[in-house]
Design a protein around this ligand. Structure first.
Ligand SMILES: C[S@@+](CC[C@H](N)C(=O)[O-])C[C@H]1O[C@@H](n2cnc3c(N)ncnc32)[C@H](O)[C@@H]1O
Length: 279
């Protein structure tokens, strides 16, 4: 694994961490890079896919949020955060025309290096999204595509903390019990992933809230193409559970819609997309 580096000698991330302006086109780091980047970009695209390259997904779920904050960008500095941006495909679709400062966060240095080559005007920050290195109430808008699957509760809470009051967050979840998604989990099992019942317990004040979840665990797979580095992914069984989690994290649901897309393992994926707002 490559050591996390500070490509420009900037030291730990300062993008809004210390109230400074993000430095465009710079990879900054405050976390060890895990194994995700061992899956090459070609392997990622050919085997797994995500709706992040879909123009329709962009125009339905991201573009309206971006237009809304961009309208304010002549009078004030605006920051859009892409959580778990990976290779940055969803950012490709934004183009260079907005006055918005874009920050892509991912836990893997390797994927961010590829993203930075294509997107020199984006600031990339290597960080665990559980602990986003930004000040409270500092971000105007956030997006996350196929990205909260590792720590959905913690990443949503972290996004809630850094977003400004009334800021919006577009995030998607693949619900396990949808018949249309069945082929995807069968495909994971073909790679040797274990698809198992598990439980996620969230502390909510003095109360514990349990979710019966499914975990797709790649860690014991035959390690062809570094598949083990996909780790353990968490899937909620129902839309009701996703919405219960969202409300526990404090977000309000402004809009819930579904989006169908084909991936190498499933022609009929359906993902649930939520537009959330911090009250
Ligand atoms: C399925 S990829 C999605 C990438 C991109 N958003 C897309 O849809 O093409 C998931 C990404 O989340 C990143 N990731 C996993 N756990 C993370 C964490 N705790 N904090 C930040 N990023 C994480 C991985 O490195 C990976 O790039």
């Amino acid at each position: 694994m490559a050591e996390p580096v500070d490509a420009h000698g900037l030291g730990p991330c300062t993008a809004r961490c210390a109230g400074s302006t993000p430095v465009l086109g710079t990879i900054m780091t405050n976390a060890a890079s895990p194994d995700y980047g061992k899956i090459t970009e070609e392997q990622y695209v050919s085997k797994f896919n995500s709706p992040s390259q879909s123009k329709e997904y962009f125009s339905r779920f991201h573009e309206p949020l971006i237009k809304e904050v961009d309208a304010k960008s002549s009078s004030t500095e605006i920051i859009l955060l892409d959580i778990g941006c990976g290779y940055g495909y969803e950012l490709d679709l934004i183009g260079d025309s907005t006055g918005i400062n874009i920050i892509g966060v991912d836990i893997s240095n390797e994927v961010l290096r590829s993203a930075q080559k294509r997107l020199p005007n984006v600031s990339f920050v290597t960080s665990d999204a559980e602990n986003l290195p930004m000040s409270d109430d500092s971000i105007d808008c956030a997006i996350a595509v196929n990205a909260v699957i590792y720590k959905p509760d913690k990443i949503l809470s972290s996004a809630f903390r850094v977003l400004k009051p009334h800021a919006k967050f577009a995030v998607n979840f693949r619900v396990f019990e949808k018949e249309t998604n069945r082929a995807f989990y069968d495909y994971c099992e073909k790679f040797g992933a274990l698809v198992a019942d598990s439980r996620l317990t969230i502390q909510n004040g003095n109360e514990k809230v349990d979710f019966d979840i499914k975990v797709v665990d790649y860690t014991q797979c035959p390690n062809e193409n570094n598949i083990r580095s996909l780790g353990r992914q968490i899937y909620f069984k129902t839309e009701q559970d996703v919405e219960k989690l969202i409300s526990l994290t404090g977000f309000r649901i402004l809009k819930h819609d579904t989006f169908q897309y084909a991936s190498p393992g499933n022609e009929r994926n359906e993902t649930d997309v939520y537009i959330l707002q911090k009250p």
